[in-house]
Write a protein that binds this ligand. Structure first.
Ligand code: ZN
Length: 506
């Protein structure tokens, strides 16, 4: 068999596996948006079957043979940034990760985490950590075994092996290097905000505005910033998300609270950022790593760019403010540009991560990172988790945790066995700020363009500098290529201090 034939068979097989996976994605979208409750049982069977088929096909020995055959041919990988070299690098990475786990462990992990998820739901409802604790202990033990199978670099630790599955290359040491300085600065900023005399107005956010009007408004905004509705849809779901595995068909969702239009706007701009990334991936490479998004953190950087860097900026509201009356009529009469801008920028230390503002959000993430790292290392027992959680919320955010349902059991991640995932959210915020500074430097008059409703220059820059690469670079390398520097806490802190200083009169 020639190398060319081996590569084209490998590519054909991997594209087919991608099609299977994308079919599961569409079924999952349908489950959240359209499916009647009666479809639940059938749907879980369909999804389990597709997951099994995908896993079997990708871990088959034939894939291993083809990979080895292609890797032995120097000309395929001579240029490490060429599409075949990128694809081989990422297929190898995924194949090794998938085949290093014994099938019995994969099965045990699926069984234990599915039960743990149910135990978590019940325990959270009853506000009783004690009934969740045994499941959590099992999940931790299995995660340690998985980490042992995957292994980690010299000087590293088991958490690295878990994190690598969500963000290739991420280690506890690399996270600490940026989280350390960030935490100090954030705690100081939030402390000054808490004591500030000036409070921004949140009157606009609390207005009662009908869902149908909100829907028309957020659709208008997402279209204006560049989400292409000929290649995507916006529907409703309890937890907003964006899915879609082909640039021509991207499905995103949002939600509406009639007494908080900022929630729908923020969610829609967030998901539109994910959607614009997916629509901007190179379609000719669809189904291969060269056509795929880099990682969770880079994906999150794209959603946060539009939600925060753009959507909470003064320039955005200069453009948006005059449009409000077209959608909400007299209800918004009397609200000036300054007041609607302020409403999008309230800082309030709180208990719940998913409701947190732009400034406090990252402290919620740091708390989770510190605790899960200690748990995986064996430095913290599951039984001591609630106490440690509550102490950190007091120290970092100044809030008292009344019970574990709104404390250490608020997130689903650990119950599903996902440890090593949380830092990708804050890394996304950090990348967003650093990329946005690079975009602003390249575009020159970016703020003036945003104030004029010209979002095309930013979208074009993101398309060319981030989206078009697919997985050509891993996240840390992409950051260096795009911004000339490694990831750093400074741009995010400049963004937050520059904004909240004037708003709170600091
Ligand atoms: Zn997101």
């Amino acid at each position: 068999m020639t190398t060319e034939a081996a590569y084209s068979e490998l590519e054909r097989r991997c594209r087919e596996i991608h099609l299977l996976g994308s079919t599961a994605g569409l079924l999952a979208w349908d489950q959240e948006t359209m499916m009647p409750p009666g479809g639940a049982e059938q749907r879980s069977g369909q999804l389990a079957l597709l997951a099994r088929l995908t896993h079997e096909q990708f871990t088959s020995p034939r894939i291993g043979e083809l990979l080895a055959r292609c890797e032995s041919e120097a000309k395929l990988t001579a240029d490490p940034l060429s599409p075949p070299a990128v694809n081989l690098r990422e297929w190898r990475y995924a194949y090794d990760r998938a085949t290093k786990l014994p099938p019995a462990l994969v099965e045990e992990f699926a069984r234990v985490t599915s039960k743990a998820k149910e135990a978590w739901k019940a325990a959270r409802k009853a506000k009783d950590f004690g009934t969740f604790r045994p499941s959590l202990e099992q999940t931790i033990a299995l995660n340690r075994r998985r980490a042992e199978c995957w292994g980690w670099a010299d000087g590293g630790e088991p958490w690295d092996a878990l994190a690598d599955g969500y963000e290739p290359g991420m280690t506890a040491a690399s996270v600490l290097a940026v989280f350390g300085p960030l935490r100090e600065r954030l705690v100081a900023l939030i402390g000054r905000i808490a004591e500030a005399r000036r409070r921004p107005s949140d009157r606009f956010r609390r207005l009662h505005l009908p869902a149908a009007q909100q829907r028309a408004f957020v659709q208008f905004v997402s279209e204006s910033i560049g989400f292409d509705y000929r290649r995507g849809r916006l529907d409703e779901s309890a937890h907003p998300f964006c899915s879609g595995s082909h640039p021509g068909d991207i499905r995103m969702t949002t939600r509406f609270h009639e007494d908080n239009v900022n929630d729908a706007l923020g969610s829609t701009m967030h998901e539109s950022g994910h959607g614009i990334y997916n629509q901007g991936l190179p379609v000719e490479h669809n189904g291969t790593p060269r056509g795929r998004s880099v990682s969770l953190a880079i994906h999150e950087s794209q959603s946060r760019t539009w939600e925060n860097q753009v959507g909470r900026s003064r320039e955005f509201w200069r453009w948006c403010h005059p449009h409000l009356a077209n959608f909400f009529g007299d209800a918004v009469a009397g609200f000036g540009e300054q007041e609607v801008y302020e409403s999008a920028n309230m800082v309030e230390p709180s208990l719940i991560r998913v409701e947190a503002d732009e400034a406090t959000y990252n402290l919620h993430i740091m708390i989770r990172f510190e605790l899960e790292r200690a748990i995986v290392r064996g430095d913290l027992a599951a039984a001591d988790l609630p106490g440690e959680w509550n102490a950190r919320y007091r120290d970092y955010l100044g809030v008292e945790v009344p019970d574990d349902a709104v404390g250490c059991m608020q997130d689903i991640h650990w119950s599903m066995g996902a440890m090593g995932y949380f830092p990708t959210y804050t890394l996304g915020n950090l990348y967003a700020a650093q990329f946005f500074e690079a975009a602003a430097a390249a575009i020159g008059d970016l703020p003036a363009r945003i104030a004029a409703g010209d979002f095309a220059a930013l979208k074009k820059w993101l398309n060319a500098n981030i989206h078009a690469h697919g997985q050509r670079y891993r996240s840390a390398d992409l950051c260096r290529v795009v911004t000339g520097k490694p990831l750093d806490a400074e741009p995010l802190m400049r963004h937050l201090e520059g904004k909240f200083g004037p708003l709170y009169g600091l």
